[in-house]
Ligand binder design. Sequence first.
Ligand SMILES: Cc1cc2nc3c(=O)[nH]c(=O)nc-3n(C[C@H](O)[C@H](O)[C@H](O)COP(=O)(O)OP(=O)(O)OC[C@H]3O[C@@H](n4cnc5c(N)ncnc54)[C@H](O)[C@@H]3O)c2cc1C
Length: 323
Amino acid sequence: MTTNNYDYDYLIIGSGFGGSVSACRLTEKGYSVAVMEMGRRWEAKDFAKNNWNTRRWIWRPGMKLFGYFNMRFFRHVTIICGNAVGGGSITYANTLLVPPEHIWDEGTWADAADWKNEMPQHYAKAERMLGVTDNKIFGPADHMLKKMGEAVGVGHTFKPTRVATFFPPEGEEGGKTYPDPYFNGEGPDRGTCTACGGCMTGCKHNAKNTLDKNYLYFAEKNGAKVYEETKVVDVKPLNGKADGSDGYEVTTECSSSWFNKQRRTWRVRNVIFSASSLGTQEMLFRLKQSGSLPNISDDLGNRVRTNAESILGVRFFGKDVDM
Ligand SMILES: Cc1cc2nc3c(=O)[nH]c(=O)nc-3n(C[C@H](O)[C@H](O)[C@H](O)COP(=O)(O)OP(=O)(O)OC[C@H]3O[C@@H](n4cnc5c(N)ncnc54)[C@H](O)[C@@H]3O)c2cc1C
């Protein structure tokens, strides 16, 4: 379906959840797709032993730190995010919860669609693609959490987390390699979880179902080209047609080099912004202010929410148990 005078039908900015799903589905429909990702590509063997190795953990190219985890500090909020091929999936905690029904009655989205009927099928499909299952290995921290719940009278609320992890078959140790267990053998080989607790520092056992093992894997298999360490810095409508009806010119630079920026332009029919909430908004503000995309709504940046999560630290005084 590639067309004359265009490098790609779709150029996708960011290879995280939004970008990988888009790439997978668009290539299935026969479109030519490029995915621009400013982070690096990581494999199980590349992850550092722990996150004291900041050079291989933190993403801050200006300081020569080329990891996959990023922290951005603002006046009222600190944002943590992933920068890598596979986006946040490389460093995220791997727990995938389906929200309770009442969520669809709240917030600015409440009246936009019949969410209660529409969403379950999409969650079911995403769970299948990501191999979401109940956590099957209970470690000391799980047992302690259960005990604490019981102690304060809420023991009945304890349940295994839903995680995108490949667990060993019952009675087997983790750390073994199996042919693709999820996609009738069409996907990559997978390793089984060893319960090492390293999901957020990068899974060294190939057991975490990161996007490069499902959506992005199939996108690439279907012909999508992923350009790693490639940052999108400008997007302009072609021929001055602000509605984008002639497509766009996209400019990229090498994200990991200070001097040799390898600036390049691409002519594409469509652009998908999936550079995470922060990355996309940052880019859209810049493109609006620079005049590259002047028609972006003045509403940009309003009604932005965090994911309303609380991260709690708990001190445990037991000496003999490694939590
Ligand atoms: C430590 C941590 C733990 C988390 N745990 C969970 C969890 O357990 N469960 C859960 O549901 N969610 C979790 N999250 C949140 C989840 O990872 C994000 O909600 C999700 O990754 C967002 O998907 P996205 O597609 O919007 O963006 P991302 O997955 O962040 O992908 C965006 C990609 O765009 C790239 N990019 C940005 N700007 C540019 C540019 N200009 N040019 C090229 N590329 C660019 C980035 O490098 C990044 O790889 C966690 C996040 C973190 C950081």
